[in-house]
Design a binder for this molecule. Structure first.
Ligand SMILES: Cc1cc2nc3c(=O)[nH]c(=O)nc-3n(C[C@H](O)[C@H](O)[C@H](O)COP(=O)(O)O)c2cc1C
Length: 190
């Protein structure tokens, strides 16, 4: 059911490294992204799937995970992502605008929903070294990395919870479960 899929599609920051994400799988998930909405139908996003183990560990070093849990080292050692997708704006096709960033969000969520349906998962990452990623992947000068997605077979349990009394939206760990507070529907609807 779609609602279950959306609930299961959490941000995962620990993975089972015995299950690899293949390039073929990623291309299939990108096939879903290909037909998603795009402002002015410009389709100015380009996608770099990264599955090589060495490139993945170098990419990992350029990203920052779980800022709200500074006491934890995320992803935990031995549970690093086995693939990455780097979402780039193609500056040959237009300037990187607010509309481009909306396209990025739609593409990322579509990609992750497809991955979730196949039993995989990941985490969108905006906290990364843009220059570092650009150089590491040898991207053309007109390709500007906008989002990195770390991917793998989730090795942690994450669940949506109500906001605590304090109203804090910070995610937290309870008995090893990753809890993600979400505002109630009542609070969202105007
Ligand atoms: C645009 C965007 C940027 C994000 N950047 C990071 C990041 O740099 N590092 C990280 O660990 N999580 C990042 N996240 C994941 C959020 O922390 C996560 O979506 C939030 O905690 C809610 O959890 P959920 O995705 O399970 O609902 C990002 C999410 C979005 C949508």
């Amino acid at each position: 059911m779609f609602e279950e899929l959306v609930l299961k599609n959490r941000s995962y920051r620990g993975f089972d490294r015995s299950v690899l994400v293949t390039r073929e799988r990623m291309l299939r998930w990108l096939g879903c992204v290909r037909t998603s909405p795009s402002a002015r139908n410009l389709q100015m996003l380009k996608f770099k799937p990264v599955t090589d183990a060495d490139a993945c560990s170098r990419l990992l070093a350029l990203t920052r995970w779980g800022g709200a849990l500074p006491q934890m080292h995320l992803p935990p050692e031995g549970h690093e992502p086995t693939a990455f997708l780097v979402v780039c704006a193609d500056l040959k096709l237009g300037t990187c605008s607010e509309n481009t960033m909306i396209d990025v969000g739609i593409a990322a969520q579509t990609f992750l929903l497809a991955a979730t349906e196949d039993g995989f998962g990941g985490c969108m990452l905006r906290n990364f070294s843009h220059d570092g990623v650009h150089d590491l992947l040898g991207l053309s000068e007109w390709l500007s990395p906008q989002l990195v997605i770390g991917l793998g077979k989730p090795a942690e349990v994450a669940k949506v919870v109500d906001l605590p009394e304090s109203g804090s939206v910070n995610y937290y760990r309870e008995n090893g479960i990753h809890c993600v507070p979400k505002r109630s529907l009542d609070e969202l609807v105007i």
